[in-house]
Design a protein around this ligand. Structure first.
Ligand code: PNS
Length: 164
């Protein structure tokens, strides 16, 4: 059976925790679509194009992983992709409540789509995109938190912002 999964998120920027979930889900599902949400509510630091480019670079050796962006409802996007699984990672029990609510809501919207929750590897359990940005903004080291290519893009963008 071919199982297509969507791994949605803000990925602002992608972290080692996200990469861990992408790698593991690519071993579980036939096809994984990493989907960058163009979220109207959240003030993203990176443009959707920048986030898609970073993720494409990180996944270029993974044959069954694609990266794209989407607007609007996640379940609608999943239906268009003929995906029946949504993948989400949880780092700690504090993430659970939000994921529980989203999984239930998405299932209410479309009963043919299930959410599969993966535990983020414990090495990555304290990483979040917001913390990464904050540490980098104040000149802290982010080498263990994001892949080198993401670190370079983030530092370059911060440097550019500093010049303005
Ligand atoms: O990485 P994030 O910010 O936790 O991801 C949240 C995301 C993008 C998965 C969620 O906000 C989402 O699905 N947005 C699309 C709009 C939608 O379908 N909302 C209803 C979800 S119950």
């Amino acid at each position: 059976m071919r199982t297509v999964a969507v791994y949605p998120g803000s990925f602002d920027p992608p972290t080692n925790g996200h990469l861990d979930i992408i790698e593991r889900s690519s071993r579980v599902f036939s096809r994984v679509i990493v989907a960058v949400a163009v979220n109207l509510r959240k003030n993203a630091y990176f443009t959707p194009g920048e986030r898609v480019r970073m993720l494409k670079r990180l996944t270029r050796t993974m044959g069954n992983v694609e990266v794209t962006s989407f607007r609007g409802l996640l379940v609608q996007f999943a239906r268009e992709q003929e995906a029946h699984v949504l993948v989400r990672g949880i780092r700690a029990i504090s993430d659970f409540e939000y994921e529980y609510q989203m999984a239930h809501m998405n299932r209410k919207l479309d009963q043919k789509i299930d959410t599969v929750i993966m535990m983020t590897g414990e090495r990555h359990s304290a990483i979040s995109s917001n913390i990464v940005k904050e540490i980098a903004m104040f000149g802290g080291k982010i080498d263990d938190l994001v892949p080198p290519s993401v670190r370079d893009v983030l530092l370059k963008k911060l440097k550019g912002a500093g010049k303005k």
